[in-house]
Design a protein around this ligand. Structure first.
Ligand code: FAD
Length: 365
């Protein structure tokens, strides 16, 4: 973990703000990180990965998230693609595809559509079987990392249920169009993906067609949620550090900002938010590593707590820095924009609340 943290620190250096403003992370840097197994570090060593457990991968994700949420978002997408392949694919598909994801190729995952956001059951992308080929038609939106991706994991409806399909971004009929000016994680390569009669070998369907859609979605989102949650711990860490350093170094009304109780409250709340989010994430990762069935609820809880805390914490950090943090490219300004989006993706606040309410009722005594 220490070595992985050091490598990612060196790769990012002090360039996260610059990438955010440019809306782009250099592609060769992403491929280098991918080739070092850093973008999906939970993949086993037999497939060229780092073989991290969920906890170790989480701590690594938090560290990356404290440096650059755009890079962490690309990492979440790559890890989610790898996990989806592992979870839904056959051993042969895993053996063929995972070494590509640990060897420098980049991947993204597309569920969402214009009319299918929180409710993915209304997904309109279709997969039809034609002999030993399949044909995909549809339009995915807001796919993180799709701008950089070599492979897209696309979810579609088909006869008998649904399917997760591995689509080369270069396949005829695939068109990737960048999302213009995203509010945050600006260098994460969000793109819309058009699929017009994309013809692929039937072996591109992970585990074969006709699986229940909720199973496919839950499998992929499990990884995405825990990864976003740890990324939010990183956002909180970066915000606490920036706010504490600034408050200790600036004097107003005759004493350092750290001597003003209302500023102390912001710092205390930031610390509490970070610690609580980290504990919720550690619990979810422990459930994951132990194979506990509690992992589903623990992951939703961790994502919900961490995203909400990151959004509030980033706002407090901007408040503490005030004008010093109020310019584009500053770490807290970037965190403020990035954190808000974490309340929307991988199950919005409201969708997480619905799932947690369901659990609260089901487990009432
Ligand atoms: P809607 O579903 O229209 O929801 C609008 C509002 O209504 C939200 O507040 C929502 O919580 C609330 N709401 C909706 N339904 C209910 C309900 N039943 N009860 C209570 N409240 C409800 N998609 C991908 O497939 N792959 C990606 O990699 C990806 N990356 C993304 C990255 C970013 C930065 C963003 C912003 C989006 C990304 N998305 C991605 C899309 C994301 O998954 C959707 O934006 C998300 O699921 C919400 O869908 P929606 O935007 O259509 O909002």
């Amino acid at each position: 973990l220490a070595e992985a943290n050091a490598v990612v620190e060196e790769l990012v250096g002090d360039r996260a703000g610059e990438w955010d403003l440019a809306g782009e992370i250099p592609g060769d840097l992403l491929r280098k990180a991918g080739g070092l197994g850093l973008l999906c570090a939970q993949v086993g060593t037999e497939h060229g990965g780092r073989g991290f457990g969920s906890r170790e991968n989480g701590e690594f994700t938090a560290h990356a998230g404290s440096l650059c949420s755009s890079l962490r978002s690309v990492m979440t997408s790559q890890g989610m693609a790898a996990w989806t392949i592992q979870r839904l694919g056959t051993p042969g598909q895993s053996a063929a595809l995972l070494p590509r994801l640990t060897g420098g190729e980049l991947a993204a995952v597309g569920f969402s559509e214009t009319d299918a956001g929180s409710d993915l059951s209304t997904m309109a992308t279709t997969l039809e079987t034609d002999g030993d080929e399949v044909v995909l038609d549809g339009h995915k939106v807001w796919v993180t990392g799709a701008h950089y991706a070599d492979l897209l994991i696309v979810f579609a409806k088909c006869e008998g249920g649904a399917a997760a399909v591995v689509v080369p971004a270069s396949a005829p009929g695939v068109r990737v169009e960048r999302v213009a000016d995203p509010m945050g994680c600006r260098a994460a390569g969000h793109a819309h993906v058009r699929l017009d009669g994309v013809r692929l070998p039937a072996s591109s369907v992970l585990g074969g067609p006709g699986l229940p859609l909720p199973l496919l979605v839950t499998a992929a989102l499990a990884y995405g949620r825990i990864s976003v949650a740890w990324g939010c711990v990183g956002i909180l860490r970066a915000c606490r550090n920036a706010a504490a350093r600034h408050a200790a170094s600036r004097t107003q009304s005759g004493k350092p900002l750290t001597g003003h109780q209302l500023v102390q409250r912001h710092l205390a709340e930031l610390y509490v938010s970070e610690q609580v989010a980290a504990q919720a994430c550690a619990h979810a990762s422990a459930c994951w590593d132990e194979g506990s069935p509690d992992v589903v609820v623990a992951t939703v809880l961790a994502k919900h707590v961490s995203a909400g805390n990151a959004a509030k914490g980033a706002s407090s950090a901007v408040q503490v820095l005030a004008s010093a943090g109020s310019r584009d490219g500053h770490v807290v300004a970037r965190a403020y924009r990035d954190a808000k989006l974490m309340e929307i993706i991988e199950g919005s606040n409201e969708i997480c609340q619905l799932l947690l309410a369901e659990h609260a009722v089901a487990t009432a005594q």
